[in-house]
Design a protein around this ligand. Structure first.
Ligand code: PRP
Length: 209
């Protein structure tokens, strides 16, 4: 039975496509050379949807897609009351969700101004530490917020640390480790059980190889 698989653009797409290819699932056209957003696959039955990361859990939760491939950051940011299952860690796209602030500058007392794309993750983290925060939602270039006086610190993804360094910031606390995960719609786990099982088993074999 055919599955609809949604992936997000960028690094996750680039790193996931070779894994899917090893499972015999390849898009019928090169997604990097096409403006299409839905692709057939060489299996003749599965379809791939390529979208923005924040929309991957939405597609899976609402059953528009059976399977989603996205980062743990996206899943955590989406919320805790989730109507989908997380089935597999692909061990790619590894990085950390961290707090960071200007080098050598101590965090102020009182309400901390925190800029982030991941305001839910940031809120949960600071609340768990009983720290009062004012969250500033941004959609990119978070690293310049402290320099511009918009925030005292940031919560963002850190991989090599080069972006922090280039913007006069230092990493502080690690909130959690991040990697790419496979999620599945709850209903699909029943109605397409065999196909989902096979898809996950094949991918697990590829990841473990
Ligand atoms: C992420 C993150 C940082 C950067 C960190 O952005 O937001 O800007 O990677 O990587 P580094 O520690 O290796 O410098 P990404 O490239 O995923 O793009 P985005 O800003 O669109 O999220």
């Amino acid at each position: 039975m055919g599955l609809v698989i949604v992936l997000n653009k960028g690094r996750i797409l680039a790193e996931s496509l070779p894994l899917l290819a090893k499972c015999g699932i390849e898009p019928s056209e090169n997604p990097n050379e096409s403006r299409k957003l839905i692709f057939g696959t060489t299996t003749g039955e599965h379809q791939l949807i390529i979208t923005r990361s924040a929309d991957v859990p939405t597609y899976v939760e609402h059953g528009v897609a059976d399977i989603g491939i996205t980062g743990k950051d996206t899943i955590l940011e989406y919320g805790s009351n989730l109507d989908f299952y997380e089935l597999l860690d692909l061990h790619i796209g590894k990085c950390r969700m961290m707090t960071a602030g200007p080098v050598g500058v101590e965090e102020p007392e009182g309400v901390l101004r925190v800029a982030s794309k991941f305001v839910n993750i940031a809120r949960n983290y600071y609340h768990s530490r009983c720290r009062q925060v004012s969250l500033i939602k941004m959609s990119g270039a978070i690293e310049i917020a402290p320099m511009l006086g918009l925030a005292d610190c940031i919560v963002d993804i850190v991989d090599t640390g080069n972006t922090l360094k280039a913007n006069g910031l230092e990493a502080r606390e690690t909130i959690c480790d991040i990697s790419t995960r496979v999620i599945a719609n709850r209903a699909s786990m029943k109605t397409k059980y065999d196909a989902v099982e096979k898809f996950v088993a094949d991918l697990r074999d590829v990841v473990q190889a």
